[in-house]
Design a protein around this ligand. Structure first.
Ligand code: IFM
Length: 455
């Protein structure tokens, strides 16, 4: 056996988000969000489901905190529903919404669990979408107002703030690919969205610091590890382009490097930016590079790309992994990618402190005849990724915590309830929570602050 011990005080946690677990979509004065609107639109969600009830966490949060306690979690990352707090996106505050999060935070603190709050995990108030949504610069201003309202209310007891979750998804899945709300397919809107999301982050940082002076402030970016399938130039160029589109377009400005020049040139050459970066106003790049206390990283997989097709030379991304190394999402299991990500963000971008704010896998393993859920594949996945993180720490990477996605099965966006990422099984008919084998295994890792691997 090999035992990998983590640094003292390492924060082991789990993560969720408001729309994916809360339900209560129209209760106690909550306004409509773009995900309410999107999931209620026929054809948008693969199993036809919505987040109207989801895991009913809004009513079951005390039971869920008890569950977290049973697992020995040190920290819990969750998001706040903007339209629950500001039903019209700005202006009128819904006190009942704020009170829900106050109770949740106090309940976590009483249980000895550190709350990590994400302000924006994709559920924009529909009222702001009706004014143009993220492509409209005014939405960035509204976000600052929202950050102010929440941090004035919770800033005395919350010590970890994350402004946004995965700006790539907000911009690209929501506005270019259209798989996520608001479901647009407009690459220019995607670039405007990326800019305004990053800008709103930068503008919110000083507000969070003022209202919550003892807190750490950061942002969560997602990362896919792109690799060329061969040493041929087209494959290498393509991998570099994908890395620019997915990763560098977001990491570079946050770390004060402006948007990557090669990508700006490529977008310009492709006709996407005929006037260059005309939406960047003086001071924007400085604002979005506001010094941070930490960076949150979400990592799931890598992609190996090969350029096919002599006729139009249209690149395609291929997965090189054998089928038994993919999760139910079709994502390759590639723990080394996490090692490379952590190393890159520390050694190349010089992040002062890092949390893995999401890592996990979707496997459908459910209860057997005795009610036990033998999700060994999830245990293997997590063990391999924890080991990769440990290797990075050994090289000096300042990794301070790790949040498994997710505490429990939940609404997996356009996939609905078909994909199950939870450590805890949710029976959606009864709302019964049933810890899987991986949950008990994770409890033991946390208790030992160490991972034990067979030799
Ligand atoms: O469920 C999502 C989460 O909301 C954001 N990061 C990726 C997870 C799995 O797809």
């Amino acid at each position: 056996m090999t035992t990998l011990t983590f640094p003292d005080g390492f924060l082991w946690g789990t993560a969720t988000s408001a729309y994916q677990i809360e339900g209560a979509w129209n209760e106690d004065g909550k306004g409509e969000s773009i995900w309410d609107r999107f999931s209620h639109t026929p054809g948008k969600i693969r199993d036809g489901s919505t987040g109207d009830v989801a895991c009913d966490h809004y009513h079951r949060w005390q039971e869920d905190i008890r569950l977290m306690r049973e697992l020995g979690l040190k920290a819990y990352r969750f998001s706040i529903s903007w339209p629950r707090v500001l039903p019209e996106g700005r202006g009128r505050v819904n006190q009942a919404g704020l009170d829900f999060y106050k109770r949740l935070v106090d309940g976590l603190l009483e249980a000895g669990i550190v709350p990590f709050i994400t302000l924006y995990h994709w559920d924009l108030p529909q009222a702001l979408q009706d004014e143009g949504g993220w492509p409209n610069r005014r939405t960035a201003e509204a976000f600052v107002e929202y950050a102010d309202v929440v941090s004035r209310s919770l800033g005395d007891r919350v010590r970890h703030w994350i402004t946004h979750n995965e700006p790539w998804c907000i911009a690209i899945l929501g506005h270019q690919i259209g798989e996520h709300a608001p479901g647009h397919q407009n690459p220019r809107e995607a670039l405007l969205t990326a800019h305004h999301v990053l800008l709103s982050h930068g503008w919110a940082v000083p507000v969070l610091r003022r209202n919550s002076p003892e807190a750490e402030v950061g942002i969560t970016l997602n990362y896919t590890h792109y690799m060329p399938a061969s040493s041929g130039e087209p494959d290498i160029k393509q991998a570099r382009w994908l890395d620019g589109w997915f990763n560098r377009w977001f990491f570079d400005p946050i770390f004060g490097r402006h948007y990557p020049a090669d990508m700006t040139a490529a977008y310009q050459a492709g006709g996407l930016l005929p006037q260059g970066l005309d939406f960047v106003q003086p001071g924007d790049m400085e604002a979005m590079a506001a010094p941070l206390d930490f960076i949150g990283l979400n990592y799931y997989t890598r992609e190996v790309c090969r350029v096919w097709g002599a006729a139009d030379n249209k690149p395609q991304v291929v997965f090189a992994a054998p089928a038994d190394q993919r999760t139910d999402m079709g994502w390759e299991v590639y723990p080394d990618g996490l090692y490379w990500l952590l190393s890159r963000v520390y050694f190349e971008y010089q992040a002062p402190k890092i949390y893995v704010t999401e890592n996990g896998c979707s496997y459908s393993d459910g209860p057997d005849e005795t009610g036990r859920i033998r999700d060994q594949r999830r245990i293997d996945y997590l063990a391999a990724h924890f080991a990769a993180a440990h290797r990075a720490i050994g090289n000096g990477v300042p990794l301070a915590g790790y949040f498994v996605w997710s505490l429990m099965d939940n609404f997996e966006w356009a996939h609905g309830f078909r994909q199950r990422f939870g450590l805890v099984w949710v029976d959606y008919a009864t709302q019964q929570r049933l810890p899987k084998d991986s949950a008990w295994w994770y409890r033991d890792v946390i208790a030992a602050n160490a991972l034990t691997l067979p030799d």
